[in-house]
Design a protein around this ligand. Sequence first.
Ligand SMILES: [Zn+2]
Length: 308
Amino acid sequence: VYVLADRDRLTLIDGGWAMEDSERRLTEALRSLDFDTADITDILVTHIHHDHYSQAVAIRRKYGARVSLGAQEQPNIDAIAAAAQSGRTPFDAESLRRLGADDLAATLGGRAGGPSPHGSEMSEYPDTWLPDRARVRCGAHDLEAVATPGHTRGHVVYRDPDQGNLFAGDHVLPHITPSIGFEPAGSRWALRDFLQSLRLLRDMPDARLLPAHGPVTDSAHARIDELLEHHAQRLDQILAAVTERGSATAYEAAGALRWTRRELSLTDLDPFDQMLATRETAAHLEVLAWQDRLTLEERDGVVGYARR
Ligand SMILES: [Zn+2]
């Protein structure tokens, strides 16, 4: 969470995760700067994930801050609200079956019998839906909200071109590659969109990278180049895995890959991470099909990919 202060506004970039400990830490940090949580006037949220959005809404409830979010996140909030109403978690087993992950769907489905573990904050709309390239008043320097779909469909980054700052949310992270395809109203084009959003920022002037997780670094472009390279390699690895087998579902292709820096196999990951890995692999397979490097065929509700 970043804070930007001027005479009549106290703006947060992202709100954090609505938890007692998290609110206490935020309050302590603001006090060290001679502010109070009640002074927050605006919260500019980068995307709908609960570690960014839920505490923004919690602070609004308590202190009346205005919350802004990218306009394209609305389908995600609607899906979260609909799932909460029906007592399900927003990540349905059906979409995992489409990826060939029946066992995993059963494991996760069995666990996810109760209501969503996150509070009702996640179902509330923001005060302002920001369209692409919206100018946001923020003290002496206006910020520009730039739509960067991919990590989630409605992710935005906030640029301050005067100061050379880029509040990148989870779009560009210094130490990890942002997850792709983990959102309730998921898009099959998440990775294609993500790569296009990286190139969009690469074509803008370089800026200091202020990410939502990890340290501030001098160059957003340097990290974007690494992320583009990572996904190019990953696409090649997945293409090779499918080519070797002849054809594969996303779950089978994920099983042929190594995961995390420790090069674990898929089944070494816990079921939740296996779900993320399978969705991530599916996003890469969609790009390979879109690039005409693989063919796609759906049979009995399961999507398979094959070498050309
Ligand atoms: Zn996120």
